[in-house]
Design a protein around this ligand. Structure first.
Ligand code: ADP
Ligand code: ILO
Length: 346
């Protein structure tokens, strides 16, 4: 493989940080799972509109290709190679009275974490047998959950297209055919080994073998962020007692995309702020102040519909889980206050 040619308008972190010298030094280096630099960068090479453009195949990828991953991690999370990651999943420390008790702005709240199984490769480097093993072990763990976390696992294989479409439309299930994941090797053997577990009310869900081996999700209508966080913390503890999670002292929970390292947590609201979002600059400035990311209503790489945006914490590594959710809460409080001020109802 030769150094990839990037178009002059390429904005991805891969384009920014991969130099020809770095490429030459790393192009023949493989992890013990046989994962190469070429595989790590393929998604960003195939998709020049990537924001990041790289994936890891295992923990070793973050070490062997640190010359590329470290600057990306620092640019995204503000986390320096000598920094230490801290975890805090204590819901008592979160200051989150419902920012919208009247239900005027927040349609729904969702908090997810990514998790992978310890001592197995991450999705981009996993074999079909290992992926099937992940599914078996995760489903066995999920089947031990009780009370409001008890639910059913629905494999993607055999799911009717109508059911699949409805679950995606209703924001419960991952989409199919994502081109970024495709190039990263994360869609190999699709749909085998993939599926979704959820409780009766669809307030607790687990995606199995998508970008990460687990996406543990707590969600519900409205803005009771504290309740969503408490449920998630219980679910993580329940699953973690059955399935050991991949984790490193330096990078926290290990994930295939470097944006998800650390807490691997994305806490979001779907929120309608019609006045404020008319002033895009002001809207973006408040989000930037609170380290928030703006996504469309069908998730990353989607557009807003009906003036509804997905607002979530951007930083996941070098902050605790409580701090990551608090970023979102504080930002949402200010966004709502600004919307009310513009409406003259503050
Ligand atoms: P991820 O959360 O794993 O980073 P996406 O951005 O693709 O991935 O979002 C996954 C799904 O979750 C999408 O269908 C998206 O609309 C939905 N979603 C995200 N936040 C919320 C929310 N606050 N309320 C309802 N659905 C949400
Ligand atoms: N590889 C994609 C997505 C990056 C961050 N998002 C997720 C879901 N990992 C890109 O570089 O735009």
């Amino acid at each position: 493989m030769t150094y990839p040619t990037f178009s002059t308008d390429c904005q991805s972190m891969l384009c920014r940080f991969l130099t020809p010298e770095m490429f030459e030094a790393l192009k023949d280096v493989q992890t013990s799972n046989g994962f190469t630099l070429e595989q790590a960068i393929r998604s960003g090479v195939d998709n020049p509109d990537s924001s990041i453009g790289v994936y890891a195949g295992d923990e070793e990828s973050y070490i062997l290709y640190a010359a590329l991953f470290d600057p990306i991690i620092e640019a995204y999370h503000g986390f320096h190679p000598t920094d230490a990651h801290r975890s805090d999943l204590d819901p008592a420390k979160l200051k989150a009275p419902n920012p919208d008790p009247e239900g005027e702005f927040i349609l729904s709240t969702r908090i997810r974490v990514g998790r992978n199984v310890a001592d197995l490769p991450l999705g981009p480097a996993i074999t079909r047998e290992q992926r099937d093993e992940v599914e078996r072990r995760v489903v066995a763990g999920l089947e031990t959950l009780t009370g409001d976390l008890a639910g059913t696992y629905y494999p993607l294989t055999g799911m009717s297209p109508e059911t699949q479409r409805a679950l995606i439309e209703d924001h419960f299930l991952f989409k199919e055919g994502d081109r970024f994941l495709e190039s990263a090797g994360l869609n190999r053997d699709w749909p085998s080994g993939r599926g979704i577990y959820h409780n009766h009310d669809k307030t607790f869900l687990v995606w199995v073998n998508e970008e990460d081996q687990m996406r543990i999700i707590s969600m519900q209508p409205g803005g009771d962020i504290a309740e969503v966080f408490r449920r998630l913390v219980r679910a993580i503890a329940g699953i973690g007692s059955q399935v050991p999670f991949a984790r490193s002292a330096h990078l926290g929970y290990l994930t295939s995309c470097p944006t998800n390292l650390g807490t691997a947590m994305r806490a979001s609201v779907h929120i309608a702020l019609p006045k404020l979002t008319e002033d895009r600059e002001r809207f973006e400035a408040i989000c930037a102040k609170h380290h928030l990311q703006i996504r469309g209503v069908h998730g990353e790489h989607s557009e807003s519909e009906g003036g509804v945006y997905d607002i979530s914490n951007l930083r996941r590594l070098g902050v605790t889980e409580v701090e990551a959710v608090q970023d979102m809460v504080d930002g949402v409080v200010e966004l709502i206050a600004e919307e009310k001020r513009l409406r003259g109802t503050a």
